[in-house]
Design a protein around this ligand. Structure first.
Ligand SMILES: Cc1cc2nc3c(=O)[nH]c(=O)nc-3n(C[C@H](O)[C@H](O)[C@H](O)COP(=O)(O)O)c2cc1C
Length: 365
């Protein structure tokens, strides 16, 4: 029987345990230039008793941004900035992957030099907002607007941007990259029938809706190798106007294709709200049949649920998000049955060390 605290292999890497820190946007990069800084390195180092840390979602280009102060990994300054985090995390024995994203229509002209955000189709996501801050850090939520439909040149350029960011991530000292293909961002927008109404080779059939994802994957693999590539997908989320009736079979099809590329892992972003539906076991069985490399799951996992899914063989690693915010020593707290601290929602996005690097480790009741 496997447990969360045993070592695990991830291609050429040996992870010190099966606990993963899930990617979490914290919006604290240095300005201007969205540059990762020492405070971020301290934050990740504090949490590096995990087996694997996946960074917060990180831009691949200027136009891939949708929220204030999220970092990038495509300029020399950003690469230098990330070296602080990757070196600090390595010291503690964790592996670290960089999650790279393009937000597509979940953006705003503020991040687009006044132009419209781009997307597979010119459809504004209903009831979807981005976080926009002034220079003093006073943030507010702002509605997304109708984006511009991407043409072939846009598609070709974004694919190149993903490959460039992957190369920069390796230069920055990451062990690999995670393509963000979930949670309603650009790749997810291509996968779903309700956000992708294209009539060319990128829309319509499952094969066509998967084309953009697979072209991104192939470009990134050509740049850094399949053993350094993970992908995050979100079969059961419906937020950001993502309720697509065909998404589950589309994702099973994607998993088949990703297995044929022999990538390092597939990471499921499962529904994470409190009354979320239970993921049907048939989905997990179907996924395991077609994807035999590492599967990571994330979404309201507890120690008990994590041990269960590992022992069932439906996952190899389990990611924790919110529990890592307030518990830098989450691994030892879970291992020693110690109580978990709550997080402070007011300091999640933007700001300084407060609510970021000043959560204490457990010192007893
Ligand atoms: C503050 C915060 C920021 C997040 N940012 C990201 C992100 O940048 N990329 C991503 O894929 N998921 C992001 N997520 C989702 C988490 O990775 C994770 O899937 C989710 O929190 C559910 O896991 P949990 O129940 O253990 O928190 C974020 C979640 C939170 C709470």
């Amino acid at each position: 029987m496997t447990t969360l605290f045993e070592t695990a292999s991830l291609k050429n890497l040996t992870l010190q345990n099966r606990l993963v820190m899930a990617p979490m946007t914290r919006a604290r990069s240095s300005q201007p230039g969205n540059i990762p800084n020492q405070m971020m390195a301290d934050y990740y180092q504090q949490r590096a008793s995990a087996g694997l840390i996946i960074s917060e979602a990180t831009q691949i280009s200027d136009d891939s941004q949708g929220y204030s102060f999220t970092p990038g990994v495509y300029t020399d300054e950003q690469v230098e900035g990330w070296k602080l985090s990757t070196a600090a995390v390595k010291k503690e024995g964790a592996a670290m992957f960089c999650q790279i994203w393009h937000v597509g229509r979940v953006s705003h002209p503020v991040f687009q030099k006044g132009e419209l955000p781009i997307a597979p189709s010119p459809l504004a996501p209903v009831e979807t907002q981005i976080w926009l801050s002034d220079e003093e850090g006073n943030g507010k939520m702002v509605d997304c607007i109708q984006p511009r439909e991407m043409n072939q040149d846009d598609i070709d350029r974004v694919i190149k941007d993903f490959a460039h960011a992957a190369k920069c991530s390796i230069e920055a000292g990451f062990d690999g990259i995670e393509i963000h293909g979930g949670n309603g961002y650009l790749i997810d927008q291509f996968l779903r029938t309700n956000s992708n109404k294209r009539s060319d080779q990128y829309g319509g059939s499952r094969e066509n809706r998967l084309r953009f994802l697979m072209q991104v994957i192939d470009a990134v693999i050509a740049e850094i190798g399949a053993d350094k590539v993970g992908v995050r997908l979100a079969p059961f989320i419906t937020f950001k106007d993502m309720d697509c009736p065909d998404i589950v079979p589309t994702i099973i099809e994607a998993a088949k294709e990703l297995q044929s590329r022999d990538i390092a892992y597939l990471h499921l972003s499962e529904a994470d709200w409190d009354d979320a539906p239970v993921i049907p076991e048939t989905f997990r069985v179907d996924l395991r049949k077609v994807f035999t490399n590492t599967i990571i799951v994330a979404g309201s996992y507890t120690l008990e649920r994590a041990e269960t899914i590992l022992s069932e063989g439906f996952a190899d690693l389990v990611a924790f998000g919110r529990p890592f915010v307030g518990n830098p020593d989450l691994v030892s707290r879970l291992q020693n049955n110690q109580p978990l601290a709550d997080l402070d929602g007011a300091t999640l996005f933007g700001g300084n060390e407060h609510g970021y690097t000043d959560y204490p480790t457990y010192t007893g009741a």
